[in-house]
Design a protein around this ligand. Sequence first.
Ligand code: ZN
Length: 155
Amino acid sequence: MIILKHIPDGIEEIIDYYGDPETDNEWFKKNMVVCKLPFALRQSWNGLRIDRFHVHKLVMDAMRDALIEIEEYAGIIFLRQHNLDMWGGVYADRNKRDSNVPSTHSWGIAIDYCPELGPFGDPSRMPYFVVKAFRRRGFTGLKYDGMHQAACSGY
Ligand SMILES: [Zn+2]
């Protein structure tokens, strides 16, 4: 199993470890890589299948490994039949919802997995095998944002 090597806690540690996209013009080029997915995910907003996404280089291996576990546990047919192959995004240069501080998606260190099962503001209905695949590798979740699995804590 590939786990996160370090889980920065709070905004200062996040910037120390993952860099600062707000002040470093070269940040994207230096830190973002393309992850080829172990199985196709469907974009939650239009249903289109993707086979890769951009993610922070320090997070890619553990995030990909979590997806491998999800697919090995449930099987791709089950995932598709139950809409458990839905993807709400990883990298997005945006603020946290209802806030003026950057979202962890601005660093490409969080994945929104199956947004419909863990909608912002509501209790999560995410199956435990999905949550577990991320938790075992060090990803943390947020209360009332069940889709969101982040490679940091305290932010
Ligand atoms: Zn998110």
